[in-house]
Structures are given as structure tokens and as C-alpha cells.
Design a binder for this molecule. Structure first.
Ligand SMILES: Nc1ncnc2c1ncn2[C@@H]1O[C@H](COP(=O)(O)OP(=O)(O)OP(=O)(O)O)[C@@H](O)[C@H]1O
Length: 716
């Protein structure tokens, strides 16, 4: 048998033989990762193009005739196994090597790429059929070309001109990377929207990737022990959202905890992969995962985590940084891959990027979930159109550092907006320091903002770090900035321009890195015109002005806010009757949300413990029922209209009077039922109540008596 084998062409032995049969295929994934591609190409020893090219035509050296000093090519064994040979040639080669002859490749012996890969280790070369099946690009023909001039002419090199193998591989790599990223992008989009097409789903399953929408169960989600949320949770990620550490080593966990906590994140630790997977990961900010675990393979944990929440950043940590592992982790969607020995130094930055990505994905998910209603702002309650517009405005500045000026009437929630910008912005991990400029005299405000040295003035018993220094790396909220004296304005302007400050009584300058958010209820431009506010400071502060709408312009937020405050003040079990709701909706709310909050707090205290009545609201909210309705003698149309001024029959009646008469008529007909009257008049109930208030009409016949009863009750 050995004598019948074709004699290999003898050529002078090079120091290193390139195995040029095929590009190394990364495994059973239809769109291989770029890292894998790199691995495939990189396994060849770099050298001048000409030498690589020449070596392509040489037969591969067998392990038998490799000189002992020649290092064993990384993938020689795998390449031997997967090199597409004829049965005859294969047998001959095998016998020459003293091994069992490979079986002929038949339909029954042909295995799927994944299996072949398992058998041949993680590295293997594509066969012809495989490369077709995997949709290899025509450019890969560069590899085929290495085998026979005929193929070269037909497939690739002929068409492309005689490119060197490495050029082809680079082009091939680039294209495959492009395909990989496109595929990945599609997967991520599908994860967010929860809708993979059938083909994509099958593709991701074939690839062993997490099935994001779970319409078809994937292998990774098979374990019954592991919690699988049915829907994508929408969470506001902030500093309280924990970074989860999964590591079996107590010491390593402790040192990681210290790193993560120093970076300003809450931490949750797990020694076992299963322990972590049994928890709900919806609120986790990120995961630091050690691959070497006791109970299950780290890669499986990663697979499960990604399967349940494709937006959860998983940072893979390992002691032995192997390319194969990195490739596998990247393919499974790991956010980053860190060597444990350098993890501490890199972790902070990686966590920063991870949390930013998580927050942005969270925002996008929330928006998607709310049916495109608009983004969500921090702890602000209210989804009215003006609030959604405000949220959209804020979203644009979250990831920037521009000074923001929040304008709006008192009690509209300016400080809450400032908090939201800080919490969801880039400086979320820094401090948020708020100072009310109206609360201090000029000298005190100076010392409060900029600090002072010991003995700088009478009473300065110790050195004081001002608000600017306290807010280093974070946000300084200057509330009521319009109340600043001209002297403080000048100092503030200098800090904004030069980013340095000098404490009162000090000669040295301190560099400050602070984001400024200012707020005022005043018309700052008017103050500038009146000379009360510096124009240059105005333009420095109002780089991005934001107007918070008053509550009267967003009545649809009133009832959600009432529910919010009822819950806040322990009255969530209390119910409101229709009268109370109408009164709340029709009030003008000059004190805005703060006033509403006070009203609800007071009502919770003064009500009977089951429901809130009109009597539990302050008198200014009961104005609707103040004027008594004139007694309607009969239900005849027009009889109730007599309460108004009389006009000569041919006189033109003012529209307001006509409106008043028609409303009274409707109320008479409906026996004081506002709902029915509104229907008769073709108005909304709230609109009719507003008109009643404006026209000073009491809607209900019994209003007078009830009012007197209510007014006599004591209020807390
Ligand atoms: N959208 C909202 N959702 C929940 N609570 C709110 C909202 N807006 C305001 N509040 C509450 O109303 C109160 C007043 O808000 P805030 O202090 O932010 O208003 P402001 O505009 O800064 O007032 P001022 O101009 O008087 O300082 C706070 O207790 C705040 O929690």
C-alpha cells in the first residue's frame, strides 16, 4: 500500500511550513467572530509575501519529516485531519504516518461542522463543503488557489490578479468582520424589540447563541433551575443598581468588591454560578464573571445571563488569558474580557462604559416599551405631552457636560429635573451638591460656594471646602441663581471661564471639575435688561435652557401625581370621590406640584381613613361650589336662566351671557348633574367645571348646604 501512494514532491525544507489548505473556520457559527478570523489567519507565521506565496505550492510536511528543532505548527494536527483529501490519498498519507486510514467521506460519515469541530479541537480547517455551507466568501478562494493552479484560475486568483495569500486573507477577514458585526447588530436589535425573524432565530440557535425572544427555546435556556424572565424589564439604572461579582474565590471577590465600590457602585457577590442565575438580573448594572467556577462552566453562566437579558453587560475575568476563551466569550456577547491580574486598573473604566451602555439601553427599552410615548426622566411623575417634550430635551444633554439652566415657576420640580440630569448623566458617580443662592447673604454665599481659609474673617475658625470643591467630579446645582449679588456673580463667572477657584482668604488656586446646573423662577433675560444680572454670566449659564411646564399646563399629570403622593404619605388605600377629582383638576395650582403635594398630605391627615372628600381639601379648592345655584322652580327650559341680567328682546346678548344661560339650562334639565349637562352641551366634564368656575355657577342644588357643613369642620 505504501508503495502505491503518490510520492510527495521533495523541496528544500523551510524553517516553517505554512498550511495553506483553508482558512481556519471558527466553529459552528454561520457568521464567525472577527477574533476567530484573526486566529485563523494569525496561526501562520508572518513572513515576506513571496515566501508565503511560494510555500503555498509545496506539499505539506508530515510530522515525520519535520526536523526536531522546527517548532510544531499550531494547527498541524487539526489541519491534517481536516485537509480535504481523496480517500486514496488519505489512506496513503495515514499509512505513511503509521496511523489508521481515514474513512472515506460519505453522506453517513459527514458530520455537522460543530461535531467535527469538537472532534478536532477548537481549531480546524474548512473542507470544501463546509466552506460552501458556511457561506464562505469567494475571496477565500485565495486559499483554495494554494492547492491547485486550476482552482486558482477558476476561483479567485485568476479573477483578482495574482494577489498574495495574505492580501486575500485580509480582504476576506474584513468582509467577514463586516458580516459578523451586521449579524450581531441584527441580533441586538431583535433582542431589544423582542422580535427575531424565524431565520435569524434559527441562525442564532445554530450558532449556539442565546435565543432572545424565546419564541423558540434555545439550548442555553434549557435548565429548569434557572430563572427566565418572560419579558424585558424596564428599569432605571442608577448608582443603586448593583454590580454583581461571580467568583468562587473569597479573596478575589473581596478585592473585586473593593475595586467596584471604590468606583462608586453597589456590589452583590455570588460564589456559585447557579446562585447568581437564580436571582432576577433585571436591575443589575453589570456582571463581573470569573470563568473558573465550581458548579458550572463560566461560559454557560455567560450564555444564560445573555439569554435572559441581552443588554446586561458581562465583564469576563480570567487568570489565563487564552485567545480561544476570549473569542468564545466575545462570540457569546461578553462586554469585555479582562485579565484578572490587571483587572483592578482597568475595571473602573470598563464599568463606566458598561454602566453607560446599560443606562442607554434601559432608556431605549423604556421608550420602546412605552410605545414611543417618550423617554422617562428620573423620579419625575408625569407623562403628559409637555413632560415628554422636556424628557426628550433632557435626553440630549445627558451624555454631555454643558451647563444647563432650568427655568420654571416655583414648585414645578426644577430640583428634581436637576437630580435626574445628574443621576442619568455622565457624572452619576460623582456627588450632587445643591445650594440655594437665595438662602444666604452675600458674604455667606461666597464662603458657602467657594470655601474659606481658617481666619479669613471673624468666625472662620477652620478651613472650609466650598460647594464647588465638594462637588468635584459631580454636579453643582445652583438653585435661585437669579438671586446672586453682583459680587458673587463676578466670582462665579471667573470659575466658569477658567475652571479654577480661590477660597476666601487664600492665595492658592484650586482646579475644579464640576458640571453646573442652575435654576431660577425669574425671567433672567428681564433681569439682564434691568441690569440685575450680568449678561456674560447669563450666556455662560444658559448654554442649554430647559423650561419646566407649570402644572396647570399639564392637567393629565395631576391624578398620577396625586396617586404618587398618596403612596408617599401612606394613603395609597384612600379613595377619592368624583367631586374631589374634579376640584383637583380644575384648580389653577399657582404653587404647582409642591402645592399639590401639600394638599394631598393635608387630605391624608384630615380624612376619615377610607376616602378623601371635598371637605378634606383646602377652601381655595372648593371654590366651585361656593356660589349657590338659584333654585330652579321647574324643569322647564329657560326657567333657570332668569338669574342673569335681562336684555331687551331685540338686543344682542353677549356670548358669555348666552353661554351662562345654556349651561344653567343644561344643569336645570339634568337636575344639577354636571356629567349629563356636559354631555348635553357637547363638552368634556373638566371643561364644563372650568367654565362653571369662571362663570361662578354652582353645579349642584345642594351645594350651599354642603358648603356650610364643610366650612364648619375644623382642618388640620
Ligand atoms: N414631576 C414630579 N413628580 C414627583 N414629584 C414632584 C414632581 N415635580 C415636583 N415634585 C415634588 O414637588 C416638590 C417641589 O419640587 P422642586 O423643589 O423640585 O421644585 P422647584 O421648581 O425646584 O421649586 P423652587 O423653585 O421653589 O425651588 C418636591 O417635593 C418634589 O419632590
Amino acid at each position: 500500500m505504501a508503495s502505491t501512494a503518490p510520492r510527495p514532491m521533495r523541496v528544500p525544507a523551510p524553517r516553517w511550513t505554512v498550511t495553506p489548505w483553508r482558512m481556519v473556520h471558527p466553529g459552528p457559527i454561520s457568521t464567525p467572530s472577527p477574533m476567530t478570523m484573526l486566529k485563523g489567519c494569525g496561526s501562520r507565521r508572518p513572513g515576506p509575501m513571496s515566501s508565503v506565496h511560494t510555500s503555498m505550492w509545496k506539499p505539506r510536511r508530515s510530522t515525520v519529516d519535520r526536523p526536531s528543532d522546527v517548532p510544531r505548527p499550531l494547527r498541524s494536527a487539526a489541519a491534517v485531519r481536516s485537509r480535504p483529501t481523496t480517500h486514496k490519498e488519505g489512506s496513503a498519507n495515514a499509512e505513511a504516518l503509521g496511523k489508521r486510514a481515514p474513512r472515506a467521506r460519505t453522506a453517513s460519515t459527514t458530520r455537522p461542522p460543530s461535531e467535527r469541530r469538537k472532534r478536532s479541537g477548537s481549531r480546524h480547517a474548512c473542507t470544501d463543503s463546509e466552506s460552501k455551507g458556511m457561506g464562505c466568501l469567494p475571496l477565500q478562494c485565495g486559499n483554495h488557489c494554494s492547492r491547485a493552479p486550476g482552482i486558482a484560475m477558476r476561483g479567485g486568483l485568476g479573477a483578482l490578479g495574482c494577489l498574495g495569500l495574505r492580501c486575500l486573507k485580509l480582504r476576506c477577514l474584513r468582509l467577514r468582520m463586516l458580516r459578523y458585526f451586521r449579524h450581531k447588530k441584527r441580533q441586538e436589535l431583535a433582542c431589544a424589540g423582542g422580535a427575531l425573524t424565524g431565520t435569524e432565530n434559527r441562525a442564532s440557535q445554530r450558532a449556539g447563541m442565546a435565543c432572545a425572544n424565546r419564541r423558540v427555546g434555545c439550548a442555553a435556556c434549557a435548565s429548569p433551575r434557572i430563572r427566565r424572565p418572560a419579558t424585558v424589564n424596564v428599569v432605571d439604572f442608577n448608582r443603586q443598581s448593583p454590580v454583581v461579582i461571580i467568583d468562587r474565590d473569597d479573596l478575589a471577590r473581596r478585592s473585586l468588591r473593593a475595586c467596584v465600590e471604590a468606583a462608586g457602585y453597589a456590589v452583590r457577590e455570588y460564589a456559585m454560578g447557579c446562585g447568581a442565575l437564580e436571582e432576577d438580573s433585571a436591575e443589575w448594572m453589570a456582571v463581573c464573571l470569573e470563568l473558573d467556577l465550581d458548579d458550572m462552566a463560566g461560559m454557560d453562566v455567560l450564555r444564560h445571563l445573555r439569554a435572559r437579558d441581552a443588554t446586561l453587560p458581562v465583564i469576563v475575568l480570567t487568570r489565563n488569558l487564552l485567545l480561544d476563551t476570549a473569542v468564545e466569550a466575545t462570540r457569546l456577547g461578553a462586554f469585555a474580557f479582562l485579565d484578572k491580574s490587571v483587572a483592578a486598573a482597568r475595571l473602573e473604566l470598563t464599568l463606566q462604559n458598561a454602566s453607560k451602555a446599560r443606562r442607554m439601553r434601559g432608556l431605549a427599552l423604556r421608550r420602546a416599551k412605552e410605545g414611543g410615548e417618550g423617554p422617562f426622566i428620573g423620579g419625575l411623575v408625569g407623562r403628559s405631552a409637555p413632560m415628554r417634550a422636556l424628557a426628550r430635551q433632557l435626553e440630549r444633554i445627558l451624555q454631555s457636560d454643558v451647563p444647563v439652566c432650568i427655568l420654571g415657576e416655583t414648585g414645578t420640580g426644577k430640583e428634581l429635573v436637576a437630580h435626574a440630569v445628574h443621576e442619568q448623566g455622565m457624572r452619576a458617580r460623582g456627588p450632587f451638591v445643591a445650594v440655594n443662592c437665595a438662602a444666604f447673604s452675600e458674604s455667606l454665599l461666597e464662603s458657602e460656594l467657594f470655601g474659606h481659609e481658617r481666619g479669613a474673617f471673624t468666625g472662620a475658625l477652620s478651613t472650609h471646602r466650598g460647594c464647588f470643591e465638594q462637588a468635584q467630579g459631580g454636579t453643582l446645582f445652583l438653585d435661585e441663581v437669579g438671586e446672586m449679588s453682583p459680587a458673587v456673580q463676578v466670582r462665579l463667572l471667573r470659575i466658569l471661564q477658567e475652571r479654577v477657584l480661590r477660597r476666601v482668604g487664600s492665595t492658592t488656586e484650586v482646579r475644579v471639575d464640576v458640571r453646573i446646573i442652575a435654576a431660577t423662577h425669574r425671567d433672567l433675560m428681564a433681569d439682564v435688561k434691568a441690569g440685575r444680572f450680568r449678561e456674560d454670566l447669563y450666556y455662560r449659564l444658559t448654554v442649554y435652557p430647559v423650561q419646566v411646564p407649570p402644572l396647570r399646563e399639564r392637567t393629565s399629570d395631576i391624578l398620577p401625581l396625586v396617586d404618587h403622593f398618596l403612596e408617599k404619605f401612606g394613603g395609597s388605600a384612600l379613595s377619592l370621590n368624583d367631586e374631589v377629582r374634579e376640584a383637583l383638576l380644575c384648580h389653577r395650582w399657582p404653587g404647582n406640584v409642591r402645592e399639590l403635594q401639600n394638599v394631598v398630605q393635608r387630605a391624608v391627615l384630615s380624612c376619615d381613613g377610607t376616602h378623601i372628600e371635598l371637605a378634606d381639601l383646602p377652601p381655595e379648592l372648593r371654590v366651585l361650589v361656593l356660589p349657590p345655584i338659584p333654585a330652579a322652580p321647574a324643569h322647564t327650559p329657560g326657567s333657570a336662566v332668569s338669574a342673569g341680567p335681562s336684555f331687551p328682546p331685540d338686543a344682542v346678548v353677549p356670548l358669555r351671557e348666552l353661554e351662562r344661560r345654556e349651561i344653567l339650562k343644561a344643569l336645570t334639565v339634568t337636575k344639577g348633574s354636571v356629567t349629563q349637562a356636559a354631555k348635553l352641551l357637547g363638552l368634556g366634564r373638566a371643561t364644563l367645571y372650568r367654565r362653571l368656575a369662571e362663570l361662578r355657577i354652582s353645579p349642584e342644588p345642594g351645594a350651599e348646604e354642603r358648603l356650610s357643613r364643610v366650612s364648619s369642620r375644623p382642618h388640620s
